[in-house]
Design a protein around this ligand. Structure first.
Ligand SMILES: [Zn+2]
Length: 241
């Protein structure tokens, strides 16, 4: 089977991380790995006991630890403005920005028959998302452009957005987010003819580290018919890229 092409066009340091689906990483230092924004796997690395605790238990536990982080930083949590922060952050982690870790939160997707026999590619572009860099826990802000060619089944357009949001709501690296969205769509739509492009800004590059506020990272995943140049070009034309 041909490997899917995963292009990481611009890294903060200008290096190309992956080409033609090769995914070999030699990590000399964890810190380098983080600063180069390279992930180690297409599956989110989860512990076997990831869902042993209820959401409520997770929130209580995280709140406790976040309180300690704030106190260690020297903040006075008896201050009215800060006292509720550990609980707020914990709830935001579990119920909002990292809710996509739990497969139970994946949106229910209903498939419809492709009654109109629309055999052209369907493009959903400019899907805004917010994710979080798993190396620094600061935001990744971006847009996803998705296309598929129906194999006889279609889904509601808003469901494509929901799939993007689901995988964005995890600690992520951009290449993994791209592939996770593509793999879900392949399974859901029962087709290999999927294209996903993600164009995103990593706040860990702009607010810290090299403090570059203008660079963006583009990742792409093409499979099935989108591996053909002319199909891919047609997709890119729809995006005006
Ligand atoms: Zn980062």
């Amino acid at each position: 089977m041909k490997q899917n092409e995963i292009l990481l066009n611009t890294l903060p340091n200008g290096k190309e991380a992956h080409k033609n689906g090769k995914h070999t990483i030699i990590a000399e230092h964890i810190e380098n790995l983080g600063d180069e924004h390279i992930g180690t796997s297409y599956d989110t690395p989860l512990r076997p006991d990831a869902f042993a605790l209820s959401d409520k238990e997770k929130i209580d536990k995280i709140a406790l630890h976040f309180r300690q982080i704030m106190e260690t930083l020297g903040l006075d949590l008896t201050d009215d403005s800060l006292s509720g922060t550990p609980q707020r952050v914990a709830k935001m982690y579990v119920k909002e920005i990292f809710s996509g870790l739990n497969p139970a939160n994946r949106p229910d997707i209903k498939l419809f028959d492709n009654k109109y026999r629309y055999n052209e590619m369907l493009v959903e572009k400019d899907i805004s998302f917010f994710s979080s860099c798993e190396h620094h826990f600061v935001p990744i802000i971006g847009k996803a452009h998705v296309a598929y060619i129906s194999s006889g089944k279609v889904i509601g357009l808003s469901k494509i957005n929901r799939i993007v949001q689901h995988y964005a709501k995890r600690p992520q690296v951009q290449e993994r987010l791209t592939v996770q969205i593509a793999n879900d769509l392949k399974e859901t739509l029962q087709t290999q003819d999927i294209a996903v492009i993600i164009d995103a800004k990593h706040l860990c590059v702009s607010m810290r580290g090299v403090e570059d506020s203008t660079s963006a990272t583009v990742t792409a995943h093409y499979s099935g018919k989108f591996e053909q140049n002319e199909v891919r070009e047609q997709f890119l034309k729809y995006l005006n890229l």
